[in-house]
Design a protein around this ligand. Structure first.
Ligand SMILES: NC(=O)C1=CN([C@@H]2O[C@H](COP(=O)(O)OP(=O)(O)OC[C@H]3O[C@@H](n4cnc5c(N)ncnc54)[C@H](OP(=O)(O)O)[C@@H]3O)[C@@H](O)[C@H]2O)C=CC1
Ligand SMILES: CC(=O)N[C@@H](CCC(=O)OP(=O)(O)O)C(=O)O
Length: 359
C-alpha cells in the first residue's frame, strides 16, 4: 500500500490510520536466494506472517526478474512479489530494512553478511557460513578460507529448541538440515548423561533430493537418483552435529528418490541400568513445551512432516541401545521454518507466527 504524506494524513479516516499504523509496525525484510528451494519457501512463510513485510527478494545476478508465483507456484500462488537479480548496488536501496535472510551458497553468505550488519540490518543465514566459531573448523568443514572470521564471535546458532537467542544480536546462523534432525534426536540423551561416557552415536539419514538445491546436476537428475550413501565419514555436517552434541559421531547421509524430507535413524549406547521408562520421560520432558518438535509413540515417516515445520521423534530402547528416529522437512524445519521461528523470537513475536496452519 502507498502511505499518504503528512499533509493528507489529517484527512484520513480512522480505518486508514490503523492500516498505516499496522504497516509502519511491520518488520521489513529482504530475502536473497528467493528463487531457490529454501528461499522460495521462506518468502512463502514471510508472506503469510502478519508481522513481517518482504520488501525485496533476489535471485543471482544472472537471473531475469520474475514474480515469485512463476518461480514457485505451489508455494506462492497468491504472491505477486517480483524476484530481482541481486547486485551490490541494491544495498543502498535497502537502508530501512530490519533484517535480511540469506538462502545462498555458503561462499556468498560469507561475503555479504558484513555489509548488511554494518548498515544495522540483522542477518539470518540459512547457509553454513556462520555455524562454526573458528576459522580452522570452518575451513575443515567447508573447504575454503572464510573471508570474515571476525564475525564468528557474534554469530548465534539458532537451533531453536536448545538455544536462547539474544535478540540484540545481529547475526543468526540457521542450523543445517541433517544437523537439525540428528541433534533434536540425540540432544536429550546427551544432555542427561544417559549415554555411556565415550558413546559415539551412529546417525544414518536419508534425504530427499531438494536437499541438494534447485540447480540441476547429474547427481540429482531424476534417472540418476536411486538410494545411495555419499560423503561417508567426511560430510561437512559431521563436525556440526559433533559440536552440537559435544561428542564424536559417525554420520552417513543417503540420497533418496523423493523430493523432500529427512529420516534420520540415530543409534547410541546407553549407560548400564538405564531403563526405557527413564529415557522416554527425559524425551517427553525435553520436548513438552516445543510446538514444532514432538515425541510420538507411533512410527514416524517423511510423509508426516513434508510441507510442515515439524520435527517428529520416535524413541526406542532395548538391551542398552537407544534408537531415535527423527523426521523433518529439510526445506522447512531443516531451513526456512527454523529461520522463520528464529526471526519471530528475535523480533518478540509468537514463535510459530506464520507457521500455523502448516502443522
Ligand atoms: N536445500 C536444503 O534442504 C537446505 C539448504 N540449506 C542451505 O541453504 C542455502 C540455499 O540452499 P537451496 O535453497 O537448496 O539452494 P538453491 O540452489 O535452490 O538456491 C540458491 C539461491 O541462491 C541464488 N544465488 C546463487 N548464487 C548467488 C550469488 N552469487 N549471488 C546472489 N544469489 C545467488 C540462486 O539464484 P538463481 O536461481 O538465480 O541461481 C538461488 O536463488 C545453501 O547454503 C544450502 O546449503 C540449508 C538447509 C537445507
Ligand atoms: C541431499 C543433499 O545433497 N543434501 C545437502 C545438504 C544440504 C544442506 O543442508 O546444506 P547446509 O546445511 O550445509 O547448508 C548435502 O549433503 O550437501
Amino acid at each position: 500500500m502507498n502511505l499518504p504524506d503528512s499533509d493528507t494524513q489529517q484527512n484520513t479516516s480512522n480505518e486508514d490510520k490503523e492500516a498505516i499504523n499496522r504497516e509502519q509496525k511491520l518488520i521489513r525484510v529482504a530475502v536473497l536466494g528467493a528463487s531457490g528451494y529454501s528461499g522460495s519457501e521462506l518468502v512463502g512463510l514471510l508472506h503469510n506472517n502478519s508481522h513481517f513485510k518482504v520488501v525485496a527478494a533476489y535471485a543471482s545476478a544472472q537471473a531475469t526478474p520474475q514474480p515469485l508465483h512463476a518461480i514457485a507456484p505451489a508455494i506462492a500462488a497468491n504472491c505477486d512479489l517480483v524476484v530481482h537479480p541481486w547486485q551490490e548496488s541494491e544495498l543502498d536501496r535497502l537502508q530501512d530494512l530490519d533484517a535480511v535472510f540469506f538462502a545462498l551458497p555458503h561462499e556468498t553468505s560469507a561475503e555479504l553478511a558484513a555489509q548488511f550488519i554494518a548498515r544495522g540490518i540483522k542477518v539470518f543465514d540459512l547457509s553454513g557460513a556462520f555455524r562454526f566459531q573458528s576459522a580452522d573448523a570452518f575451513r575443515n568443514a567447508y573447504g575454503f578460507e572464510h573471508p570474515h572470521p571476525e564475525l564468528f564471535e557474534q554469530a548465534q546458532y539458532a537451533l531453536m529448541e536448545w538455544t536462547q537467542l539474544d535478540p540484540r544480536g545481529m547475526l543468526f546462523a540457521i542450523p543445517g538440515c541433517y544437523p537439525t534432525a540428528a541433534t533434536l534426536a540425540l540432544k536429550p540423551a546427551c544432555e542427561s548423561a544417559l549415554l555411556v561416557p565415550d558413546a559415539r552415536p551412529v546417525i544414518t539419514a536419508i534425504s530427499g533430493v531438494s536437499g541438494a538445491g534447485r540447480g540441476a546436476n547429474l547427481r540429482t537428475s531424476f534417472c540418476e537418483v536411486s538410494l545411495q550413501a555419499y560423503g561417508v565419514l567426511n560430510h561437512r555436517h559431521t563436525p556440526e552435529i559433533a559440536k552440537n552434541l559435544h561428542r564424536e559421531v559417525v554420520f552417513t547421509p543417503v540420497l533418496g528418490p523423493y523430493k523432500r524430507g529427512i529420516l534420520a535413524t540415530c543409534v547410541a549406547e546407553l549407560q548400564a541400568g538405564v531403563t526405557e521408562e527413564q529415557v522416554k520421560d527425559i524425551y517427553q520432558q525435553a520436548y513438552q513445551h516445543t510446538p514444532l518438535v514432538q515425541v510420538r509413540e507411533t512410527p514416524v515417516a517423511v510423509d508426516h512432516v513434508a510441507h510442515t515445520p515439524m520435527c517428529l521423534l520416535n524413541v526406542h530402547v532395548k538391551a542398552g541401545t537407544l534408537v531415535v528416529v527423527s523426521v523433518l522437512d529439510n526445506l522447512l524445519k531443516g531451513a526456512a521454518a527454523q529461520a522463520m521461528q528464529a526471526a519471530n523470537v528475535v523480533f518478540g513475536k509468537p514463535e510459530t507466527a506464520g507457521l500455523r496452519g502448516r502443522f
